[in-house]
Design a binder for this molecule. Structure first.
Ligand code: GLA
Length: 674
């Protein structure tokens, strides 16, 4: 039995990035390693797109340059995360196997000259990835530089779904396995509607573009199938590597920026979760999206430390307007990931490319070289991370959980829903952002998870909810939890069929309310809500006609299509409380509603000033409190301990300048030592 090392064998926090030196003359490599040492780089990802350079034709390998590179890195004390290059098959592969190209939903065959364009169902592709992964692992498993394996790159992007003949055949086999019989398939998909009934397996296809909307149950299954196919490809490579190697194996996720992979399932396949995160420049509060990505990465790995595999030192090159990071922003981003559980801070990429599609993407070593702000900040960040080694392994403390279910997401965001303004992503962001503003650290979770460790569980968008998961949420509340459920939750079962008993029926027991009718609002329209004390709240996009049976009405619609009827309800169930919010509240409305739910849950919203985030990582002997100040002015907090970036004792009070970060090590609270 091979033993797997749980974390890459290196000291302290890992720091570095993608390193693609095959673009440069050998002389440049020497300069690279010298500068890496200057910056404190201790881990680089190598070979991610190098297939054509490593396998010159089928089965003919050239490892000389990679031997040389790994030896050079090792001689300089720089560890290697060795990639398998399977996101970018060589030209010879597609020439020999044109059928392995992806066919899109609208019937276009993807061409060559880019990356990520092979069919995950192609037998030729699967054979080729097994061959290159095996060859790499056989050669480098024992190389002392290699501490981690990096399979593929960002599964599911830029294309995930594939409608090629190989994929359609595999989809049929997947359905036969899932449903056992055509009768089972017909029942699950509800094919009696619109005359879709199938009488032979060979009539069943992928949900390609059709004159009108394609059966949503079929599309949901195709999303599940696509995820399963991508994971099967990952397993082929992982197992080929594991046959030779003992280092941990990962693949870089895209947390909340890619939607084709069910990261809960992927989290069980990898040894360590790793994630790529890029700020969305158009979002002035992109740091909230960053926090979501970081919390999701941690959560799908069960709370274990994770690797920030890629982010950017400054601008990316693929958004409409690629805004450069402001001075200090890169460090703030990096240390926020660290605060939220990352023990490795890596970038795309080490040295900016002169040629190709990504030459305008920032890098650790920009085109301008070392006489640049970015380089100076890269060196400073390396030094800062060097002072934070003792944080490694400490676990983030979270009192709340937010449900995030990829299957529900896939189903909710299909066509012909009641309102285009109601999306999984927007609903999660609104709920999470309220917790963020209130200083309540949250994990993400599935509705079927054991939630008993959380005081508060927020359900912003659980459109698809199985009866079993609804029962789990109900017993969570019965056992003392506080549940806050948002509109458009508990609507359909696993086949995208509306629950018997109507909308919200699976949660009727715990919430004491059902939905009689959706009442979506027009674009720009708002409604007012009135609370028992007479205060008003504002909401948009959505209202509902509720049937209240056993819940207390906390707020009523004061106007709009449900005027006079219940809008927000609360019900005691067993030892806990179930809240239902039937509309899309604005920030003030969410703040007021969450504050009341915190009181039920015993969650103390932090006293941190607005625009500041505070996250605690708990180690064996200490708490590490991260304070990240996004404000225009300095903040002062009561925190006793040692500020690790400066090494100075706080004497009870820490002051964090505008845009700055503090990391305070303090004694564990008594409750943690009992
Ligand atoms: C992704 C890829 C990288 C690079 C970056 C650019 O994350 O994995 O190879 O293209 O985007 O932002």
């Amino acid at each position: 039995m091979t033993r797997v090392t749980p974390w890459p064998a290196l000291d302290g926090i890992a720091y570095g990035g993608d390193y693609n030196p095959e673009q440069w003359d050998r002389a440049v490599w020497d300069e690279d390693v010298r500068l890496m040492r200057e910056a404190g780089v201790n881990l680089v990802s190598v070979g991610i797109f190098s297939w054509a350079l490593l396998e010159r034709s089928e089965g003919v390998f050239d490892f000389a340059w990679l031997d040389d590179l790994l030896d050079l890195l090792h001689a300089n004390g720089i560890h290697v995360d060795l990639g398998t290059p399977t996101a970018s098959p060589p030209a010879w592969f597609f020439h020999a196997h044109p059928e392995a190209r992806v066919l899109t939903r609208d019937g276009r065959t993807m061409g060559f000259g880019s990356r990520g364009m092979a069919s995950h169902s192609s037998p030729a592709y699967r054979a080729a990835i097994a061959r290159i992964a095996d060859a790499l692992a056989a050669r480098y498993a024992a190389h002392p530089a290699v501490v981690l394996w990096h399979v593929h790159n960002e599964y599911g992007v830029p294309v995930g779904e594939d409608y090629s003949p190989a994929s359609v055949a595999a989809f049929r086999a997947w359905l036969a396995e899932r449903y056992g019989s055509l009768d089972g398939l017909n029942a699950a998909w509800g094919t009696a509607f619109w005359g879709q009934l199938y009488t032979a397996w060979e009539h069943v296809g992928a949900p390609a573009d059709a004159p009108s909307v394609v059966n949503p149950a079929q599309r949901l299954d195709f999303a599940r199938f696509t995820d399963a196919q991508l994971r099967a490809c990952f397993r082929i490579e992982r197992d080929a590597i594991r046959a030779h190697a003992t280092q941990p194996i990962t693949t870089n996720f895209m947390a909340n920026q890619s939607w084709t992979t069910d990261l809960w399932a992927w989290g069980r396949e990898v040894d360590i979760v790793s994630d790529d995160h890029y700020l969305w420049a158009a979002d002035p509060d992109g740091h909230v999206g960053l926090a979501i990505a970081a919390d999701l990465s941690r959560s799908v790995g069960g709370g274990a430390p994770w690797i920030l595999m890629e982010h950017s030192t400054s601008a990316v090159n693929w958004q409409p307007r690629n805004v450069a990071k402001r001075p200090g922003e890169m460090a703030r981003n990096s240390l926020t990931h660290l605060a939220r559980g990352a023990d490795a801070i890596l970038f795309f990429q080490w040295r900016a490319s002169r040629s190709g599609a990504e030459k305008f993407h920032s890098a650790m070593l920009p085109h301008a070289g070392t006489e640049s702000r970015v380089w100076r900040e890269v060196v400073d960040l390396g030094a800062a991370l060097g002072r934070l080694g003792e944080v490694r392994g400490a676990r983030v403390q979270a009192e709340a959980a937010v449900l995030w279910d990829f299957e529900s997401f896939w189903a909710q965001d299909l066509e012909w829903r009641p309102s285009i303004e109601v999306t999984h992503q927007a609903q999660v962001r609104a709920a999470y952002e309220q917790l963020w503003r209130d200083g309540v650290t949250a994990d993400f979770a599935l509705p079927g998870h054991d939630l008993s460790g959380y005081r508060l569980v927020v359900v912003p968008a659980q459109y698809l909810l199985t009866m079993a998961d609804a029962a789990n949420l109900t017993s969570y509340v019965a056992g003392g939890g506080t549940l806050v459920v948002s509109f458009f939750s508990g609507i359909v079962d696993e086949n995208d069929a509306v629950h018997a008993g109507g909308y919200l029926a699976p949660l009727a027991e715990v919430l004491g309310v059902r939905v009689k009718e959706f009442l979506p609002l027009r674009e720009g329209e708002t409604v007012s809500l009135e609370r028992a004390d007479g205060t008003r709240l504002t909401a948009r996009s959505w209202a509902e006609d509720l049937l209240v049976a056993g819940a207390e009405t906390v707020a009523r619609y004061a106007d709009g299509p449900a005027a006079g009827r219940a809008a927000i309800t609360r019900r005691r169930h067993g030892e806990g409380t179930g809240w239902y919010v039937s509309t899309s509240l604005d920030a003030a409305g969410l703040a007021a509603t969450f504050a009341a739910a915190y009181a039920d849950a015993g969650v103390s919203a932090s006293s941190v000033p607005a625009g500041c985030e505070v996250v605690v990582r708990r180690g064996a002997a200490h708490d590490f409190t991260f304070v990240v100040n996004h404000r225009d002015d300095a903040v002062t907090l009561d925190l006793d301990g040692v500020e690790l970036l400066t090494g100075a004792a706080t004497d009870g009070v820490v002051t964090v300048p505008s845009g700055g970060i503090a990391v305070v090590r303090s004694a564990l609270p008594e409750s943690a030592t009992r």
